[in-house]
Ligand binder design. Structure first.
Ligand code: PMP
Length: 305
């Protein structure tokens, strides 16, 4: 990943990919306090555009605020940097990764006196859980790892440190032959996937865990709320138990990387018909229309590169 052609925006400069480096005494590398975003640019009917750039940038600044980090750039500068990176790498569609971290001026738990840095990289990235997963659905395992309690590293920040929990859950699921993990909160209620929000469908109504279960406030999750309303479907955030997922008619994951991915199995129990359900398919199709610029109602969610 590190040794390739291309450009990475770092602290206000567009650097060659290979030169975008940091020191081994970087505070965030030692203690994990940093925040990042994941966005996608799509090759839409009106050219390349970043999906929900404003909302992702806002979440990056909010994550930094929660972590008491002051990003030394304005929202406009961070927008411009993201658009510039897609342009500089001549990408028609891609995944974008902005990351803010604490520098290497001084080590010790207190980050005071350290510089806050920001970088944006972008690269081509296909379906996160596989093309087949988007069509047929994926197999998921309830993790033996608990999702973060809301008062540990704070779950509304897309914090670097929160992802050790995601990595452990994802590795365990893959080692056990599944495609992804589902994590429960510290009370045993359904929280989210290792990198996705979850939805279930029961008797035509869509349910998703409310954010008190420690799930990230996903931007794709919010997009699904809009889609459901447009389709005249009820969507209800609530506490969800693991067995409610087993007996749901349909289930799916959402995320910038995962997009809208059906879940066909949890813990070897088939969900509904054991394949992509009809409501999931409708939502997925509406989602791809929006991100590809085929729904004028949401044209304002696409920032043209
Ligand atoms: N939860 C977690 C833990 C994630 O990493 C992600 C991906 N950012 C999501 C949910 C979904 O968020 P979004 O739709 O904003 O990508």
């Amino acid at each position: 990943m590190a040794d390739r052609d291309g450009k990475i925006w770092m602290d206000g400069q567009m650097l060659d990919w290979r030169d975008a480096k940091i020191h081994v005494l970087t505070h965030t590398l030692h203690y994990g306090c940093g925040a990042f975003e994941g966005l996608r640019a799509y090759d839409t009917v009106n050219g390349t555009a970043i999906f929900r750039l404003q909302e992702h940038t806002e979440r990056l600044f909010n994550s930094a605020k929660i972590l008491r980090m002051q990003i030394p750039f304005t929202h406009d500068e961070v927008h411009a940097a993201q658009l510039a990176v897609v342009r500089a790498n001549k990408l028609q569609s891609c995944y974008l990764r902005p990351l803010t971290w604490i520098g290497s001026q001084k080590l010790g738990v207190s980050p005071k006196g350290n510089q806050i840095h920001l970088m944006v990289a972008a690269w081509a990235w296909g379906a996160y859980l596989g093309e087949e997963g988007l069509q047929r659905g994926i197999r998921v395992k309830t993790s033996s790892y608990t999702r973060h309690h809301v008062n540990i590293t704070l779950t509304q920040a897309k914090a670097v440190s929160n992802y050790t929990n995601s990595i452990l859950a994802n590795m365990e699921a893959l080692d056990d032959g599944y495609d992804e993990a589902l994590l429960l909160d510290s009370c045993g209620f359904v929280s989210e996937g290792a990198g996705e929000n979850i939805f279930i469908v029961k008797k035509g109504v869509i349910y998703t865990p409310d954010l008190s279960a420690g799930a990230l406030n996903g931007i794709t999750r919010d997009t699904v709320f809009h889609i459901a309303r447009d389709l005249g479907l009820d969507i209800v955030p609530k506490r969800i138990t693991r067995d409610e997922v087993y007996i749901a008619d349909e289930a799916f994951f959402t995320g910038t990387a995962a997009e809208v991915t059906p879940i066909r199995e949890l813990d070897r129990i088939g969900i509904g018909s054991g394949s992509r359900g009809p409501i999931t398919e409708k939502i997925q199709s509406a989602f791809f229309d929006i991100v590809n610029g085929r729904n004028p109602k949401y044209a304002h969610w696409l920032s043209k590169v």
